[in-house]
Design a binder for this molecule. Sequence first.
Ligand code: SF4
Length: 313
Amino acid sequence: MIESFKHLEAMAGTRDLAGVFLESDAEEHAVPAELIVEALRKRRAVMRDCVERGRTSEGASMGRLVGGEALLLQRAFEEGRTFLDPLTIKAELYALAVMGENSRMGVIVAAPTAGAGGVVPGMLLALEEERQIDPERTVRALVVAGGVGSIIALSANISGAAGGCQNEVGVACAMGAAGVAYMMGGTTRQSIHAAAIALKNTLGLVCDPVGGLVEVPCVKRNALFAVHGLTAAQLAMAGVESVIPMDEIVEAMVRIGRSLPRGLRETAEGGLATTDTGTAIALRLKDEANARRAERAAERERMAQERKSGATS
Ligand code: SF4
C-alpha cells in the first residue's frame, strides 16, 4: 500500500506515475491494471458527455439558485467577449458545465465528491483539448488523480461535513493539479508538488452551502478552483516547490478541519448560508418544501376518499 506521498516519491523513482498506482492496486486489491484503465476510460467518457450536456443547458438547478452559467461563458467565448486565455476559459467552462449537471441531478463523476466534481474534468479535459493531448494520456492522468486522492483519504475524511470545503474542492484541486503535471510530462516529484501547492492554498476553505444545497457557492467555486489547480501545476512544472511537504499539508488540513466550527462544515448554519440573502433563500426553500408536502398529503387524502367512496358504492 502507498502510505504517504513521501513513500510514493521514493517508490516511484523515475517510473511512470500512473503505472506505479496501477501496479500498487493490482498487488493490493488484485485488480488487473487493464480493468482499472478501462473503468477510467468510461469515467472520462462520462465526464466528456457531462460537459457537452452542461455547456448548452439553460436549465435551472433544483433550488433554482443557479443555472445556465456555463452557457453564458460559452457564448462570451464564442463571441470573443472573454479576455483570459482559452485554456483558462475552458477549464472554467467545463467545471461550470459539470456542476450545472450536478445541480440538475444529472449524471456526473464524483471526483472526489459530487460537490467538487467539476474541478478535475475542468482541468484535465480543457488541457487535453487545448494542448491536443491523447485522450489515453488523460485516462492515465485520472489514475494519477485518483491515486493522489486515495493517499489523502488515508488520513482525511473527504467531505465538507468533516473538514469544510478544503476537504472537497481543495482535495479535487490537488488531484487535478497532480494529473495536469503528469499530462504535461512532469516527474512524480512535480506532480506531488503541484498537488501540495494546490492543496495548501485552499486550507481553511469553509463549507457553507446556501439552503444546504450544492449550488451556492459550489458551482462557481468549482470553476475558480479548476484555474487554481492549473496554476499550481504550472508553478510545479516550472520547478517551484512547496516548502511544506504534501504529507504535512494533509495533516494540517485535518487539524484545520477539526477546529472549524460546526456551522462551517456543511450544516448551512454559518458563512454565506446565514447572510441576509442566504437566510431569505433558505426560508423560501423551506416554504416551498412545506407547500409540496401539503400538496402530497392532500393528494393522498383525495385518493383515500375516492377509494372509500368506491368501496361503499
Ligand atoms: S461548499 Fe460544501 S457543499 Fe459546496 S462544494 Fe464545498 S464542500 Fe461541497
